[in-house]
Design a protein around this ligand. Structure first.
Ligand code: PEP
Length: 253
């Protein structure tokens, strides 16, 4: 049985006061549910990681970052290393989010280096994959997702892959209010698990968690997570309201 995993991606939102308030609301709302029945993480902007980490301190809610750079240290102005994130209390890091792929221009090769650096630095990567609307309409979803998955995981041993969570996030569903139907999500999740079986064998592919992301809300979360291969959700907009995020966490149980 894969334990569900719900993570909140706060993106470039909140301020220092709001970030702490939000974290406190998530902690008190989740209570004992977090950590026991479902793994929960929040991913605030880099600059609020420490403050949010303090607010999460006595809870089972993990801290995550939204990105990482692949080099260990040196002249990389503006970048943040895995060791820095670990030092700040992060357990998870999102790699290859669609906004980084399509707004910032990250490639599979760069994302692969980031996933590698995250693992080497003791972080648990959440590797995001997902197709654009025009790619879905051109029937290219399987090709795109497969390329991103193989590219992101290139060169990983079975032992390393076990620590990674995959997030399937169709780009047309992110921040649009247009959620994939549970059937659409399940179809791609099953395809991803099939690819993982090809790449790493059945035992490992059954262990790896695959989250769905894209306009997840309290009223659609349970149905999505009710699908066999949907092992949790990565939540953007709805993770900015403690009550909504907590309702999503509870829907995972
Ligand atoms: C995301 O950014 O990972 C995301 C899924 O956003 P939203 O829930 O707002 O669609």
């Amino acid at each position: 049985m894969r334990k569900p995993f719900v993570a909140g991606n706060w993106k470039m939102n909140t301020d220092s006061h709001g970030a702490v308030k939000l974290a406190e609301g998530v902690v008190s709302g989740c209570g004992e549910t977090a950590g026991h029945k479902v793994d929960v993480a929040v991913c605030p902007p880099f600059v609020y990681l420490q403050q949010v980490g303090k607010a999460l301190h006595s809870s089972h809610i993990a801290l995550g970052a939204q990105d990482v750079y692949f080099e260990q240290k040196g002249a990389f102005t503006g970048e943040i290393s895995a060791a820095m994130l670990k030092d700040t209390g992060c357990a998870y890091v999102i790699c290859g989010h669609s906004e980084r792929r399509h707004v910032i221009g990250e490639t599979d090769e760069l994302i692969n280096k980031k996933v590698k650096a995250a693992l080497a630095g003791g972080l648990l990567p959440i590797l995001c994959v997902g197709e654009l609307l025009e790619q879905r309409e051109a029937d290219e979803t399987a090709d795109v997702v497969s390329r991103q998955l193989r590219g992101g995981l290139a060169g990983f041993s079975e032992e390393k892959v076990a620590a990674i969570t995959i997030a399937y996030e169709p780009v047309w569903a992110i921040g649009t209010g247009r959620t994939a139907t549970p059937e659409q999500a399940q179809e791609v999740h099953a395809m991803i698990r099939g690819l993982l079986t090809e790449m790493y064998g059945k035992k490992l592919s059954q262990e790896i968690r695959i989250q769905y992301g894209g306009s997840v809300k309290p009223d659609n979360a349970a149905e999505l997570m009710g699908k066999e291969d949907v092992d949790g959700v990565l939540v953007g907009g709805a993770s900015l309201k403690a009550d909504d995020f907590v309702a999503i966490v509870k829907a995972a149980v």
